[in-house]
Design a protein around this ligand. Structure first.
Ligand code: SF4
Length: 184
Protein backbone atom coordinates (compact mmCIF):
# COMPACT_ATOMS: atom_id res chain seq x y z
CA UNK A 1 0.00 0.00 0.00
CA UNK A 2 1.34 3.43 -0.85
CA UNK A 3 1.44 6.47 1.36
CA UNK A 4 -0.39 9.77 1.13
CA UNK A 5 2.06 12.40 -0.15
CA UNK A 6 0.62 15.52 1.30
CA UNK A 7 1.95 18.04 3.75
CA UNK A 8 -1.62 18.48 4.99
CA UNK A 9 -1.70 14.97 6.43
CA UNK A 10 -1.60 15.15 10.22
CA UNK A 11 0.16 12.27 11.89
CA UNK A 12 -0.01 11.42 15.53
CA UNK A 13 0.41 8.42 17.75
CA UNK A 14 -2.13 5.87 16.55
CA UNK A 15 -3.93 8.15 14.12
CA UNK A 16 -3.57 9.98 10.80
CA UNK A 17 -5.86 12.72 9.56
CA UNK A 18 -6.33 13.61 5.92
CA UNK A 19 -9.04 14.55 3.46
CA UNK A 20 -11.56 12.12 1.99
CA UNK A 21 -10.20 12.93 -1.49
CA UNK A 22 -6.69 11.79 -0.50
CA UNK A 23 -7.87 8.61 1.20
CA UNK A 24 -10.09 7.59 -1.74
CA UNK A 25 -7.33 8.50 -4.22
CA UNK A 26 -4.87 6.29 -2.36
CA UNK A 27 -7.31 3.36 -2.30
CA UNK A 28 -8.17 3.75 -5.98
CA UNK A 29 -4.54 4.05 -7.07
CA UNK A 30 -3.63 0.83 -5.32
CA UNK A 31 -6.47 -1.22 -6.76
CA UNK A 32 -6.47 -0.38 -10.46
CA UNK A 33 -7.93 -3.09 -12.67
CA UNK A 34 -6.55 -2.82 -16.20
CA UNK A 35 -8.27 -3.87 -19.39
CA UNK A 36 -5.67 -4.57 -22.08
CA UNK A 37 -6.76 -3.64 -25.59
CA UNK A 38 -3.71 -5.05 -27.37
CA UNK A 39 -3.69 -5.41 -31.12
CA UNK A 40 -0.09 -5.84 -32.27
CA UNK A 41 3.60 -5.68 -31.31
CA UNK A 42 3.13 -3.27 -28.39
CA UNK A 43 0.78 -5.86 -26.97
CA UNK A 44 3.70 -8.30 -26.79
CA UNK A 45 5.65 -5.75 -24.72
CA UNK A 46 2.62 -5.46 -22.48
CA UNK A 47 2.60 -9.25 -22.06
CA UNK A 48 6.27 -9.07 -21.03
CA UNK A 49 5.35 -6.33 -18.54
CA UNK A 50 2.79 -8.67 -16.98
CA UNK A 51 5.43 -11.41 -16.58
CA UNK A 52 6.95 -12.29 -13.23
CA UNK A 53 10.21 -10.40 -13.96
CA UNK A 54 8.37 -7.05 -13.87
CA UNK A 55 5.87 -8.04 -11.18
CA UNK A 56 2.78 -5.88 -11.70
CA UNK A 57 1.28 -7.41 -8.57
CA UNK A 58 3.40 -5.02 -6.51
CA UNK A 59 0.88 -2.39 -7.68
CA UNK A 60 -2.10 -4.66 -7.06
CA UNK A 61 -2.56 -4.80 -10.84
CA UNK A 62 -1.94 -8.44 -11.68
CA UNK A 63 -5.64 -9.05 -12.20
CA UNK A 64 -6.43 -8.14 -15.81
CA UNK A 65 -10.03 -7.61 -16.70
CA UNK A 66 -11.46 -8.56 -20.05
CA UNK A 67 -14.83 -7.23 -19.07
CA UNK A 68 -15.10 -3.42 -19.42
CA UNK A 69 -17.56 -3.25 -16.55
CA UNK A 70 -14.96 -4.62 -14.14
CA UNK A 71 -12.07 -2.43 -15.26
CA UNK A 72 -11.03 1.15 -14.61
CA UNK A 73 -7.83 1.47 -16.67
CA UNK A 74 -7.98 0.97 -20.42
CA UNK A 75 -4.50 0.12 -21.75
CA UNK A 76 -4.41 0.50 -25.52
CA UNK A 77 -1.30 -1.13 -26.97
CA UNK A 78 -0.91 -1.42 -30.72
CA UNK A 79 -2.14 -0.19 -34.06
CA UNK A 80 -5.82 0.77 -34.13
CA UNK A 81 -7.39 0.69 -37.55
CA UNK A 82 -10.26 3.05 -38.35
CA UNK A 83 -12.51 0.01 -38.60
CA UNK A 84 -11.59 -0.99 -35.04
CA UNK A 85 -12.10 2.54 -33.69
CA UNK A 86 -15.85 2.14 -32.93
CA UNK A 87 -15.13 -1.11 -31.06
CA UNK A 88 -12.51 0.63 -28.89
CA UNK A 89 -14.94 3.47 -28.22
CA UNK A 90 -17.67 1.04 -27.25
CA UNK A 91 -15.34 -0.71 -24.80
CA UNK A 92 -14.46 2.69 -23.27
CA UNK A 93 -18.13 3.63 -23.00
CA UNK A 94 -18.94 0.36 -21.24
CA UNK A 95 -16.41 1.04 -18.48
CA UNK A 96 -17.87 2.58 -15.34
CA UNK A 97 -16.62 5.89 -13.97
CA UNK A 98 -14.06 6.75 -12.81
CA UNK A 99 -11.86 5.41 -15.60
CA UNK A 100 -8.49 6.24 -17.09
CA UNK A 101 -6.74 5.55 -20.40
CA UNK A 102 -3.08 4.68 -21.02
CA UNK A 103 -1.93 4.88 -24.64
CA UNK A 104 1.06 2.58 -25.14
CA UNK A 105 3.42 3.16 -28.07
CA UNK A 106 3.59 5.30 -31.16
CA UNK A 107 0.78 3.53 -33.04
CA UNK A 108 -1.87 3.97 -30.34
CA UNK A 109 -0.72 7.53 -29.63
CA UNK A 110 -0.33 8.84 -33.17
CA UNK A 111 -0.69 6.09 -35.76
CA UNK A 112 3.09 5.56 -35.63
CA UNK A 113 4.71 4.66 -38.91
CA UNK A 114 1.33 3.80 -40.42
CA UNK A 115 0.32 7.11 -41.91
CA UNK A 116 -2.19 5.40 -44.14
CA UNK A 117 -5.87 5.68 -45.04
CA UNK A 118 -6.84 2.75 -42.82
CA UNK A 119 -5.07 3.54 -39.54
CA UNK A 120 -6.41 5.82 -36.83
CA UNK A 121 -3.85 8.58 -36.27
CA UNK A 122 -4.05 8.41 -32.50
CA UNK A 123 -6.74 7.03 -30.20
CA UNK A 124 -7.28 10.50 -28.71
CA UNK A 125 -9.32 11.21 -31.83
CA UNK A 126 -12.07 9.01 -30.42
CA UNK A 127 -11.50 8.71 -26.65
CA UNK A 128 -9.74 10.92 -24.07
CA UNK A 129 -6.24 9.74 -23.11
CA UNK A 130 -4.69 10.38 -19.69
CA UNK A 131 -1.09 9.24 -20.23
CA UNK A 132 0.93 8.52 -23.38
CA UNK A 133 3.89 6.11 -23.44
CA UNK A 134 6.32 6.87 -26.29
CA UNK A 135 8.31 4.27 -28.21
CA UNK A 136 8.07 1.71 -30.98
CA UNK A 137 7.80 -0.48 -29.06
CA UNK A 138 8.21 0.92 -25.56
CA UNK A 139 10.12 -1.32 -23.17
CA UNK A 140 8.26 -2.78 -20.16
CA UNK A 141 10.05 -0.22 -17.95
CA UNK A 142 8.43 2.57 -20.00
CA UNK A 143 5.01 0.94 -19.69
CA UNK A 144 5.52 0.72 -15.92
CA UNK A 145 6.50 4.40 -15.91
CA UNK A 146 3.23 5.17 -17.72
CA UNK A 147 1.30 3.10 -15.18
CA UNK A 148 2.99 5.00 -12.32
CA UNK A 149 1.98 8.29 -13.94
CA UNK A 150 -1.60 7.02 -14.06
CA UNK A 151 -1.31 6.23 -10.34
CA UNK A 152 -0.20 9.82 -9.67
CA UNK A 153 -3.26 11.14 -11.54
CA UNK A 154 -5.59 8.75 -9.73
CA UNK A 155 -4.17 9.75 -6.32
CA UNK A 156 -4.59 13.46 -7.05
CA UNK A 157 -8.02 13.32 -8.68
CA UNK A 158 -10.82 14.97 -6.75
CA UNK A 159 -13.86 12.76 -6.18
CA UNK A 160 -15.91 15.62 -7.64
CA UNK A 161 -14.03 15.80 -10.96
CA UNK A 162 -16.37 13.44 -12.81
CA UNK A 163 -19.34 15.68 -11.91
CA UNK A 164 -17.61 18.88 -13.02
CA UNK A 165 -18.70 20.98 -15.99
CA UNK A 166 -15.20 20.60 -17.53
CA UNK A 167 -15.49 16.82 -17.49
CA UNK A 168 -18.98 16.94 -18.99
CA UNK A 169 -17.69 19.25 -21.72
CA UNK A 170 -14.80 16.88 -22.42
CA UNK A 171 -17.22 13.98 -22.87
CA UNK A 172 -19.43 16.13 -25.09
CA UNK A 173 -16.41 16.93 -27.26
CA UNK A 174 -15.89 13.19 -27.78
CA UNK A 175 -19.63 12.65 -28.28
CA UNK A 176 -19.67 10.24 -25.35
CA UNK A 177 -22.88 10.03 -23.41
CA UNK A 178 -22.25 10.49 -19.70
CA UNK A 179 -24.78 8.48 -17.74
CA UNK A 180 -25.28 10.07 -14.33
CA UNK A 181 -25.67 6.70 -12.62
CA UNK A 182 -22.37 5.66 -14.18
CA UNK A 183 -20.50 8.41 -12.34
CA UNK A 184 -19.44 6.98 -9.01
S1 SF4 B 1 4.35 1.38 -31.97
FE1 SF4 B 1 5.79 0.03 -33.06
S2 SF4 B 1 5.89 -1.78 -31.77
FE2 SF4 B 1 4.03 -0.66 -31.15
S3 SF4 B 1 2.37 -1.53 -32.37
FE3 SF4 B 1 3.20 0.21 -33.50
S4 SF4 B 1 4.73 -0.68 -34.90
FE4 SF4 B 1 4.31 -2.18 -33.31
Amino acid sequence: MGKIDDEKVINGEGYQLTTLDKAIGLARANSVWPLPFATSCCGIEFMATMGSAYDMSRFGMERLSFSPRQADLLIVAGTISKKLGPVLKQVYEQMAEPKWVLSVGACASSGGIFDTYSVLQGIDRIIPVDVYVPGCPPRPEQIIDGVMNIHKLVKKESIRRRYSAEYKDLMKEYKIELKEDNVK
